[in-house]
Design a binder for this molecule. Structure first.
Ligand code: RB5
Length: 143
């Protein structure tokens, strides 16, 4: 499994924590930064991960900013991306089960590092349920 991850200045510590946990599970991680507290613009990093997901270079993406909103909005501009804003493990599971999200966005300023990892694990352990949920996903696109 291969995962792309990125964050802005609000999320670099959570990003590194999740990256290290993924690596401990022998999951390949592409880290697009940022890597410190200096202020950056989240779309630059959100697009990097989203392009990898869209082009199927990775199995899924993880984006982290303060609220997760900016990253989720950026990712969802990409046609091949379904990014869910996940702030609890249950929501992360449902984001995969019902929405077949291929990117999760985490709000670093509102969750602990441990919660961030539990959310990531919940997403990874969940399966898309298909059926009526696929019908709904098919109706998401704009003409
Ligand atoms: C940065 O201060 C903050 O605006 C950003 O991390 C994010 O929350 C935006 O949606």
């Amino acid at each position: 499994m291969k995962v792309a991850i990125a964050c802005d200045h609000a999320g670099y510590e959570l990003k590194d924590y999740i990256k290290n946990n993924l690596k401990q599970q022998n999951i390949e991680v592409v880290d697009y930064g940022t890597n410190g507290p200096d202020s950056v613009d989240y779309p630059y990093f959100g697009h990097k991960v989203s392009l990898d997901v869209e082009s199927l270079k990775v199995d899924f993406g993880i984006l982290i900013c303060g609220t997760a909103n900016g990253m989720a909005m950026t990712a969802n501009k990409h046609k091949g991306v379904r990014c869910g804003l996940c702030w609890t493990p249950e929501i992360a599971s449902l984001t995969k089960q019902h929405n077949n999200a291929n990117v999760i966005a985490l709000p670093a300023r509102f969750i602990s590092k441990e919660e961030g990892w539990k959310i990531t694990e919940a997403y990874m352990n969940a399966e898309f349920e298909g059926g009526r949920h696929q019908n709904r996903i098919d109706k998401m696109h704009c003409a």
